[in-house]
Write a protein that binds this ligand. Structure first.
Ligand SMILES: NC(=O)c1ccc[n+]([C@@H]2O[C@H](COP(=O)([O-])OP(=O)(O)OC[C@H]3O[C@@H](n4cnc5c(N)ncnc54)[C@H](O)[C@@H]3O)[C@@H](O)[C@H]2O)c1
Length: 239
């Protein structure tokens, strides 16, 4: 598969390394300072693009791919206020793109498992639920985007939870997300249901960035033969 890399920072470089090792070809590595290379690119050589750039670049990059009929897997975060606009742009022009805030296959399975467990727990009022995320100290945002998705999945299923708080819950309708910053710590997300007699825990631990990079490559392999606005649920064939 011939891949165009949009964004060649930490994620772009790792994807380059892993995709090349897997036998794929990287046709160009585009950063903020060599965008003119896009003008000289032989577009017939490109099967798919992978974008891990920056929030202010992502929308233009996606639109460029749509206009040049190149399916694009997008991992860049922080541009979601323009999601509806990009979805319409893609649909109107018959393009193909997939956005995932987290490309780790394991995290996406965890999201699903979390919702299914919450659905079962909705009738088991003897359990109280709490969630926790642990990351390294360079991570400035809290709670993590992944933990927000987890919390939203629980709130969707549990009738007596209405909102999440990033501290100990003070009211029964609040779902707590505890954020811990410890070095060195892989990204860890936990959901815990406790009763007086037992506890059920589910936990996802990322060991490195490789899960995101490998997930993006695997999704790109699938996406090159798809049409339209796609999601990780489509890729994983959930529901
Ligand atoms: N979805 C996921 O699984 C996942 C995982 C990790 C990171 N991310 C997100 O991916 C993005 C990139 O992460 P990173 O750690 O590689 O960041 P990074 O800062 O190391 O790299 C970003 C790169 O984008 C380049 N860039 C800026 N403007 C550009 C433009 N107009 N065109 C092309 N390239 C441009 C920069 O030159 C830089 O090299 C961030 O938004 C991050 O939050 C998502």
């Amino acid at each position: 598969m011939n891949i165009l890399l949009l964004g060649y920072g930490k994620m772009g470089q790792l994807i380059d390394q892993l995709a090349t090792k897997a036998g794929h070809q990287i046709v160009a590595k585009i950063n903020i300072d060599n965008r003119e290379e896009l003008d000289d690119l032989n577009l017939s050589l490109v099967d798919v693009a992978i974008d891990f750039s920056q929030p202010e670049a992502a929308v233009d990059n996606i639109k460029w791919c749509i206009n040049h009929n190149i399916p694009v897997a997008v991992g860049t975060t922080g541009w979601l206020d323009r999601r509806a606009e990009v979805d319409s742009y893609c649909s109107e022009r018959g393009g193909t793109y997939l956005y995932a805030s987290n490309f780790s296959i394991g995290v996406n399975l965890f999201f699903k498992l979390n919702k299914q467990l919450a659905k079962l727990m909705n009738t088991q009022k003897q359990y109280s639920v709490r969630t926790k995320e642990i990351h390294h100290t360079q991570k400035l945002d809290a709670p993590s985007g992944t933990s927000i998705t987890i919390a939203e999945g629980i709130i969707e299923q549990l009738d007596d939870k209405t909102n999440w708080v990033n501290k100990e819950a003070a009211a029964s309708e609040e779902l707590e997300i505890i954020s811990e910053r410890i070095d060195p710590a892989p990204g860890t997300h936990e959901v815990s249901y406790s009763s007086t007699v037992d506890t059920i825990d589910i936990r996802h631990t990322a060991h490195s960035r490789e899960g995101f990079a490998k997930g993006a490559i695997t999704v790109a392999e699938w996406l090159k033969d798809q049409k339209g606005v796609k999601s990780m649920d489509d890729f994983l064939q959930f529901d």
